[in-house]
Design a protein. Sequence first.
Length: 258
Amino acid sequence: MTKIIAIANQKGGVGKTTTSVNLASSLAVAERRTLLVDCDPQGNATSGLGVHRGEIDKDLYQLLINETEPSETVCTTALRHLHLIPATRELIGAEIELQVLEAREKVLGDGLSSVVSQYDYIILDCPPSLGLLTVNALTAAMTVIIPLQCEYYAMEGLSQLLRTIQLVKRTLNPGLGIEGILLTMFDSRNNLCHQVAREVRTHFKRRVLKTVVPRNVRLSESPSHGKPALLYDVNSTGARAYLELAKEVIRREVNGNA
């Protein structure tokens, strides 16, 4: 059965796209057929996999406004088991155009329905907002991973995101669950990082994933080279962390703990 995971946090700069790209890549390396859907008009997940806007014929925008079949939007990547539905700036218009549609929150899920069975995992990279694109992703998903930066304002806005998840669960997607909260940009030399991590674990307990993503230069550099961290520097602490996250996600599914 295909597992669809949304990577969501309306706060920017928390490692959301980094998590989407590197979790999807790590699942692919584990020979799981994986589709990454770039739901963010900034298109950073798209460029982070080395797909340039000039190479894109059809993207998520055309899929959402029903101009094309899902299979026509899918791009291959440098990894055999990883495909991508890219995003371009055109996606900005989708928020407005979707407003007039009936069942506008379900357009993404309906659009993906014909390709879902071709994959083991579908990763949805959400924009840094709680707008209609994010709501579509939450409605299509089975679970949500919430990246949380280990900093002073880490939990700012988190309660709003959790309320949105509960609202979507109550009204649109009863099966939606939280895969886990992922601690990112952790600096072991920084006492504040340790304090934030302790507070998050105390408050959210088993909802916090065991994997912690460190602050890592090679991980930060890899998007500018159009590569996931494991293709840029597989021995970096960032690449290893996301390989561990993929193992944790697979383990949780096998054990039924998601």
